[in-house]
Design a protein around this ligand. Sequence first.
Ligand SMILES: [Zn+2]
Length: 293
Amino acid sequence: MKKLDENNRACLSLYFLSNDTVVVHTPHDGWGVIDCYETRTESQKNGTLTFLLGKGVDKLDFVCLTHLHYDHYRGMSRLLRHFKGKIDEFWDSGDIDLVRTMRMAFSESTWKKETSELERIYRYVYEWVKKGEMLYKRMGENITLYTENGLKIKSLSPVGNVMLRAKRGRFLNFNAFSAVLMVDYAGVSVLLGGDAESNTWKALLKRKIPLVSNIVKVSHHGSRAGMPPEALRQMFIPEKSFAIVVPLPKHNLPSSRVLFDIESKKVGVIETIDTGIKFDISKNGKYEWAYIR
Ligand SMILES: [Zn+2]
């Protein structure tokens, strides 16, 4: 009987892990992973793969890489390798040229080790896509990525002329490439901001893309550069929405100013601490959250 219940969950669960991974458990018992960051120092529970194994996950509907920053892909090659042949889709915000550009940009820096992780990820992706073992989807403006009876996931960004926005001297700001995802289920909308910064939000506002959401994963760990006030104004439903923030203590994030701005909209802020938090959205549009234990 329990098995039957599990398969007919009639509920969408979103796990916001403290390592910035979002794990999606669909109403029909499918699983997806958005970003991945394995920490070596923190508790093993934080690890994306450890978390999935703990849930008995043996197949992934999708793996999504929002953008090419280390705190969003470290350990992803291990995750891919573990689920080899059992991942339906890879959602990407970049492309192979971007990887080459990035290697150039960081070739003299301490990022060397990090780019080798990225190379491993893309080696798997291209090999498996070529063999037809996995489907490759490039994210972009208003692209539907996933639909399953009532659940819809689409990308709102990368939006517009990303290269132009990303140029910062001889370096590229990869946050300009960050995917922004909108998850809709049972009339409840969830905005996953990735590490998008002001210029992305401004581009979305200019295109009049509706951003209003019940649950918002605040972009770029709640930095001031990440969240312009005009976007904040549009995202939340006062006294109803929740804002989820993934702190990044070594960069002093979230910014107290951003937290103040969000709270002044009468919106509850939840920080992912230790093991993260879980949101359940039921098919009648009710949603509730709890810390993951
Ligand atoms: Zn980040």
